[in-house]
Design a protein around this ligand. Sequence first.
Ligand SMILES: Nc1nc2c(ncn2[C@@H]2O[C@H](COP(=O)(O)OP(=O)(O)OP(=O)(O)O)[C@@H](O)[C@H]2O)c(=O)[nH]1
Length: 302
Amino acid sequence: MTGEASAHRSGFACFVGRPNAGKSTLTNALVGTKVAITSSKPQTTRHAIRGIVHREDAQLIVVDTPGLHRPRTLLGERLNDLVHSTWAEVDVVGLCVPANEKIGPGDRYIAAELGKLSKRTPVVGIVTKTDLAGPERVAEQLLALQEVMEFADLVPVSAQSGFQVRTVADVLVGKLPEGPQLYPGGELTDEPEQTLIAELIREAALEGVRDELPHSIAVTVEEMIPREDRDDLVDIHALIYVERPSQRGIILGHKGERLKDVGARARKQIEALLGTKVFLQLHIKVAKDWQRDPKQLRRLGF
Ligand SMILES: Nc1nc2c(ncn2[C@@H]2O[C@H](COP(=O)(O)OP(=O)(O)OP(=O)(O)O)[C@@H](O)[C@H]2O)c(=O)[nH]1
């Protein structure tokens, strides 16, 4: 209860690292509820979804940035701008590298970009997925990571087993400035519900489809209306945008079976998120080359 020893801290953190490094899973483990989107497909995190870690001594707001790409399209450029502006705004950055994969050019590219940050933003090196490697391999990876750039701290973690998740939180919290709660307690995310719902649908639509499809899908929630005379049912109408008619067929599947499946899976997740029953209507729209069209990008929220 001594005032000076337990000053409350608050601020922002974000995780960076190449696709599949485990950033979203770590965010979820820290926050304790599924808010960011995980998928075994690389680069599916489009929006800066924030999860909030509430503790007695601190409030840590985790911003989940999209992956950094070498930009090839207007969308790629926008995403990279979003990454850089996010880095500049946070109090601490965590660079994630999986324990079971060699550090490569992708990691070095990101480290070099991070190196351009002002020295005031500390970068913590995080070796993820330690459950997939032996202790020796983890130690080796920590040493290898140390060579890549100068870190304020290094921590190994497994978001899956929970090993050191608390330590990651402690280290990140340690880099935050002293300050009051920025968000009221109990609020897990400040992302509008509709964006989360669109992401859940996108995640369901991507499951099991070819590698080139992820960049061609976008989802918008057109309508979200509580059913009249019922307080336990919400009608949601969403559009899945694809670039080409052939991709429409992939999402739809044989006799629409796949889309039905996507709807069923997404509905379950949305019901868990909202805590009510959901009637979900999905439609597919072909929006040609939407990734290259600024007007359409704006409509889709980029
Ligand atoms: N065994 C194990 N698998 C993990 C762990 N963390 C993440 N994974 C898996 O690794 C894959 C990628 O994890 P994500 O959290 O989606 O990775 P990401 O860095 O957010 O990926 P992008 O959004 O594509 O940038 C998923 O299949 C996870 O289940 C971990 O601690 N242990």
